[in-house]
Design a protein around this ligand. Structure first.
Ligand SMILES: NC(=O)c1ccc[n+]([C@@H]2O[C@H](COP(=O)([O-])OP(=O)(O)OC[C@H]3O[C@@H](n4cnc5c(N)ncnc54)[C@H](OP(=O)(O)O)[C@@H]3O)[C@@H](O)[C@H]2O)c1
Length: 376
């Protein structure tokens, strides 16, 4: 029987690339939705993907991208318009009679979270539940391993410091999953919808790690001593501004850093999801660090790169402070009167209790009932 054609949205992204490549390796026809025809698109095309170049925020493009497709990976770009993306995706998926969707959700997602982006992830999931003939699987990832390298690899490699606002360096607060393992969970669910429809999975890495341990592993791979430094959140906001990250994203990241300090990503981590779905162990932090470091020019220790790192550090220090409340006001973010971080939310805790399971309130569509996969 012919294999189903699978659309991968955000195809050139962190999880889109490995999802596409792993599906192709398994012999599935894949259409990768990308924004531009660059080296990433070439890599995917060379591996056998059908490249669709378009705007994911255009329903006309999404309709064309879904033509002849049976299954899809729904990965909303981090954006102030994520819910817009989700609604476009759902509209086109309904028209195209997409049979199964894997949705990249968030471990934190819920209706009461302080982050507007996180509430929109939850709403995106609710919108998917409205599709009458589409089943879906949620990949409810926590803090990606990739995040430790955004802006922080350069100071680690050049200056020997890992400056992040993630609290006490000794406390083990995350079991970071690699993009490849997140993708492997997507792939398992995309190729076997019958087994995975209605399930919510949370892939983790193999071990809970503290920031001091993460810095030590980076140091081992980089061949130098790297020390974690707990910096104020204002430093993160300024550093992301210098890197050109939109302020909507940086203010949401600051809320996720708050969740990190509170220990939200340590809840029920690590677990066996990657092993159970793929039959192999999840990648450890050292293995994925080696892969990332090998591809990043800022990791190479030269005098010139060190000067660049010092210049950027000075630029961050000289950048004016950013007040997240002012950003939220100016950008008219939707705010709640009584938002709740996950550990303060009874609803979230109940839904994520591995002993109770999680049944989403979609009684009219039992094929889409969501059950939380038990943690190890
Ligand atoms: N990082 C975390 O810890 C974490 C945790 C849980 C969930 N998530 C979720 O992860 C998602 C992001 O996934 P990811 O990291 O795999 O994606 P990503 O690397 O941010 O990739 C997004 C891709 O979408 C493309 N794109 C953006 N706007 C587009 C448009 N208008 N038309 C076509 N393409 C467009 C981007 O293109 P260019 O590259 O060309 O700009 C990029 O390749 C978010 O929804 C977030 O909620 C993240």
């Amino acid at each position: 029987m012919a294999k189903s054609t699978i659309l991968v949205t955000s195809g050139a992204g962190n999880t889109g690339i490995p999802t596409t490549l792993q599906l192709l390796e398994k012999g599935y026809p894949v259409r990768a939705f990308v924004r531009k025809d660059d080296h990433r698109a070439k890599r995917l095309r060379d591996a056998g993907a059908d490249i669709f170049i378009g705007d994911q925020f255009s329903v006309s493009d999404m309709r064309r991208a879904m033509d002849g497709v049976q299954r899809a990976y729904h990965c909303a770009p981090a954006s102030i318009s994520a819910l817009h993306f989700g609604t476009i995706f759902a509209t086109a998926a309904k028209e195209a009679h997409i049979e199964h969707v894997v949705f990249l959700g968030q471990w934190l997602s819920g209706p009461d979270h302080p982050s507007m982006a996180t509430r929109e992830v939850w709403l995106n999931e609710e919108v998917l539940k409205l599709l009458p003939n589409t089943t879906f699987t949620v990949n409810n990832v926590g803090w990606f391993a990739q995040n430790y390298f955004i802006g922080a690899l350069e100071p680690a490699a050049q200056l020997g410091i890992l400056p992040l606002p993630l609290g006490d360096g000794d406390v083990k607060k995350n079991a970071p999953p690699s993009n490849e393992d997140i993708a492997a969970v997507n792939v398992a669910a995309l190729i076997d919808p019958e087994k995975h429809a209605g399930k919510t999975y949370r892939p983790t890495g193999p071990k809970l790690l503290s920031l001091n341990e993460i810095a030590a592993i980076m140091g081992k791979v980089l061949g130098r001593t790297v020390k974690y430094q707990n910096v104020p959140e204002s430093m993160l906001l300024k550093a992301l501004k210098v890197d050109g990250i939109p302020q909507f994203i940086s203010t949401q990241l600051a809320l996720y850093a708050d969740e990190y300090r509170r220990g939200a990503f340590a809840i029920h981590a690590p677990n066996n999801v990657v092993r159970d779905l793929t039959g192999r162990e999840p990648e450890d932090f050292e293995t994925l660090t080696r892969r990332i470091v090998a591809t990043r020019p800022e990791a190479v220790q030269t005098f010139g790169n060190k000067l660049k790192a010092i210049k950027k550090f000075m630029q961050i220090l000289l950048t004016a402070n950013i007040d997240p409340d002012v950003v939220a006001h100016e950008q008219e973010h939707v705010l709640l009167q009584s938002p709740k971080f996950v550990q303060d939310s009874q609803g979230w805790r109940k839904r994520h209790d591995p002993n109770a399971g999680y049944i989403a309130d979609a009684p009219e569509n039992t094929s889409n009932l969501v059950s939380l996969v038990r943690s190890a």
